[in-house]
Write a protein that binds this ligand. Sequence first.
Ligand code: C5P
Length: 299
Amino acid sequence: MTITEPAPAKINLALHVRRRRADGYHDLETLFAFATDGDTITVEPAPHDSFHITGPFAAALTHPHPSAPSLSQREREKTPKAAKGEGDPDDNLVTRARDAFRAAFALPPVAITLDKHLPVASGIGGGSADAAATLRALANHTDTPLSESRLDTIARTLGADVPACLHGRTALGTGRGDDLTTIAGLPGIPLLLVNPGVAVSTAAVFAGWDGIDNGPIPNGDLLSRAKAARNDLERPARALAPAIDAVLAQLAAAPGVLLARMSGSGATCFALFATTTDRGHARILAEARDWWTLSTTLA
Ligand code: C5P
């Protein structure tokens, strides 16, 4: 039986960095939300393990170059849509998730396909979402309940955002971002994601944090607390990728915008809109700048 599992984009509606930790990570307070679109993981029974990557961002993963920017809109239009590549099994969170799952549960050989639609190294959880979707798909494939606590343990070893992506629901994240409390979401709100075509390293952005704790995320309903909060990684990310400035300025000035902010460690920015028409207008302006966009909604 083929199992298809969505790996939706993760958005940090707010992200407060509170302190550096001895383990090289930072304690955060963050409001996680999810889009209704993203990558897709497919798992099928097979005679031996395999891993393939398809989709518009397959090339960015199969031929990675640390300083290479993500594909721009024009470059992607030139790239064959069905670009198909053999994934690098040593350097992908999907195969690491598969191997960690197999170390904990009985898993026969599987063919895994990642259909990659989200830009890599871009603050919307692409790799974490893919790893989490792989764990969910393999759990389904082996009749392992999603409530099995070892899944969360594996998720934590794969990355700080992977538990949030495994959980897949709007949540307050504390600690490294992996201690989660479910909160009421804003389902159906029109959401636009915009990336100026620049890949930034999460570790480098965190390293640029100024060390100043500007306080917790305030209480209230989700939209008001997100509006009253910040993304403390915007400043160091903008220093590394100045193109973020223009994206944020354009989104903040868009008619009908409820909130415009960078997600995670960037460089993807998001905006929430009052109406789909407002979102559509903002998308046209972003695409006129040759930026990558995803028109979606909050889950
Ligand atoms: O856990 P993950 O591999 O996604 O984190 C990538 C890098 O981001 C870490 O090595 C660390 O430098 C930084 N990070 C951090 N504090 C967090 C999450 C990530 O410093 N809470």
